[in-house]
Design a binder for this molecule. Structure first.
Ligand SMILES: NC(=O)c1ccc[n+]([C@@H]2O[C@H](COP(=O)([O-])OP(=O)(O)OC[C@H]3O[C@@H](n4cnc5c(N)ncnc54)[C@H](O)[C@@H]3O)[C@@H](O)[C@H]2O)c1
Length: 388
């Protein structure tokens, strides 16, 4: 394995790695044989992943000579709850798993958050390996260690930090990701590039058609680059006190849109990345409204238009288009309510990520609540931000 296919990082002196592979059978056999496990494995996977991928993974696991159990999981958002966590813990108990047993998951952010939490809580943690299967998971949620379930109508209200010992990226999965999920995950790549530096986003813009066509060379570069940016942010700040907070760019508003529209658009609900796309636009627009310096404002506005164009070229949403006739007043109230559910806040004011320029962002409290209404108005209407 060469360095171009492996990223190694440390958390509290423990070594973790990410492997990018075309041959999952060989990679799994090698990785698991290296582990000091009790030779019991439970493989948990998303029910919607193609059989040929699951077969490849199972073959790799069988070659390790370990005792293998497997279980399909429904990745519905509504299943990201405490009952699902307890069901998984019951399964682990029935199999008499120990702290040295291995949980391997293959799925998107929902399965990762859920199985990560169960793996962290059972006997205070067993060995956990993640094989991401959506674009959001490949470029973001497979690392960082955040686990979580929704509760009391709040996203990820209950959760822990629990890092997978290994992440295995199987190139073949890229072609199996449904189109909407594939595009949705691109928003998290764009987020990483905005918070890090300027040139990456230019690379993104230059390669839009290759990205849409799932060119493997470009996809590999984008995946590994975004994971490296994430590692740089969270290894220096595992518990989200400062630098890691920037990874939440777009999430204060994004989560609010996700929750507020959940029962309005049901089956057609906003995907996580789509919500982040809308959230990034909102937080740049809010940064524009909150800035009083004329030349800085001009620069923020220029960036807003440019980033809107990048998102649009991928068909990611930049406006909150709700097809059905909805009661707008009620929607404003709901979004307002969920912005205030922000988990980052340390006073009664929500925190968002303020944008000055690409690579120059920082967490900031929202002081003028009237601006929240202006942002919702901007997201619901085709209007010029400078005239609001
Ligand atoms: N822990 C973190 O750091 C972190 C980061 C970002 C997002 N998240 C969480 O991730 C969740 C969103 O995750 P997501 O966008 O990956 O969605 P998801 O896990 O719900 O998956 C989306 C859909 O794609 C299907 N699917 C998954 N892989 C597939 C494949 N290879 N082939 C066919 N279908 C497949 C799933 O069954 C599901 O219907 C949210 O709950 C969010 O809070 C967590």
């Amino acid at each position: 394995m060469n360095d171009r296919n492996r990223i190694i990082y440390k958390i509290n002196k423990n070594i973790h790695d990410i492997i990018y592979t075309k041959n999952i059978v060989k990679s799994l056999e090698k990785k698991i044989t290296e582990l000091k496990s009790d030779k019991k494995i439970i493989f948990l996977y998303d029910e919607n992943i193609s059989n040929h991928i699951i077969k490849d993974i199972l073959l790799g696991l069988k070659l390790t000579g370990c005792k293998i159990s497997s279980k399909k999981i429904k990745s519905l958002k509504k299943n990201k709850n405490i009952k699902s966590v307890l069901d998984l813990i019951d399964t682990f108990t029935k199999l008499s798993l120990t702290k040295k047993s291995v949980v391997i998951t293959c799925g998107g952010g929902v399965i990762g958050d859920l199985t990560g939490l169960a793996s962290c809580l059972y006997k205070r943690g067993l060995i956990y390996i993640n094989i991401p299967s959506t674009m959001t998971a490949l470029v973001d949620s497979c690392i960082g260690g955040k686990t979580g379930i929704n509760h009391n109508k709040q996203i990820n209200l209950i959760g822990t930090y629990f890092h997978p010992s290994n992440v295995i990226i199987y190139e073949k999965i890229l072609d199996s990701i449904p189109e909407r999920e594939y595009i949705s995950g691109q928003a998290e790549i764009i987020k990483s590039f905005i918070i890090s530096n300027k040139s990456n986003l230019n690379f993104f813009d230059k390669n839009i058609s290759k990205i849409i066509n799932r060119n493997k060379v470009i996809a590999k570069k984008l995946i590994l680059d975004s994971l490296k940016i994430k590692i740089d942010h969270f290894t220096k700040d595992v518990y989200e006190k400062n630098k890691r907070l920037l990874l939440n760019f777009g999430h204060t508003f994004g989560h609010a849109y996700e929750m507020a529209t959940d029962d309005l658009i049901k089956k057609d609900f906003l995907r996580h990345g789509e919500a982040v796309s809308l959230g990034m636009i909102s937080e740049i627009a809010l940064s524009y409204l909150e800035n009083n310096n004329k030349s800085q404002k001009k620069n923020i506005f220029k960036n807003l238009i440019k980033i809107e164009n990048t998102l649009k070229s991928l068909n990611l949403p930049i406006k909150l288009n709700l097809n059905k006739k909805i009661e707008t007043r009620n929607l404003y109230k709901k979004i307002f309510f969920y912005v205030f559910q922000d988990k980052k806040k340390i006073s009664d004011k929500p925190i968002y990520i303020n944008f000055k320029d690409k690579g120059k962002l920082y967490p900031k409290e929202i002081n003028n609540f009237d601006n929240i209404n202006k942002i919702i108005y901007y997201l619901l209407n085709n209007t010029d931000l400078r005239k609001i």
